[in-house]
Design a protein around this ligand. Structure first.
Ligand SMILES: [Zn+2]
Length: 64
């Protein structure tokens, strides 16, 4: 996963809803795939708290 250091946000981070500058990652939005292209949104790394849903085979981030 590529990390964007000291990233300036043009849209709010979906988790904290702020545009504060910080290290970030791009995460693809499910359902937006077109060929090899997928829409993605920037998230602050410090906002991410994943949980592993072993039974479903998913890593999950609660956003709201
Ligand atoms: Zn955030």
């Amino acid at each position: 996963m590529r990390i964007f250091e000291k990233c300036k946000f043009t849209k709010p981070c979906p988790i904290c809803k702020t545009k504060k500058t910080g290290d970030a990652i791009l995460i693809g939005v499910r359902g937006t795939e077109e060929g090899n292209i997928m829409q993605a949104e920037l998230f602050h790394i410090e906002c991410i708290e994943l949980t592993y849903h072993k039974e479903q085979g998913l890593l999950v981030q609660k956003v709201e």
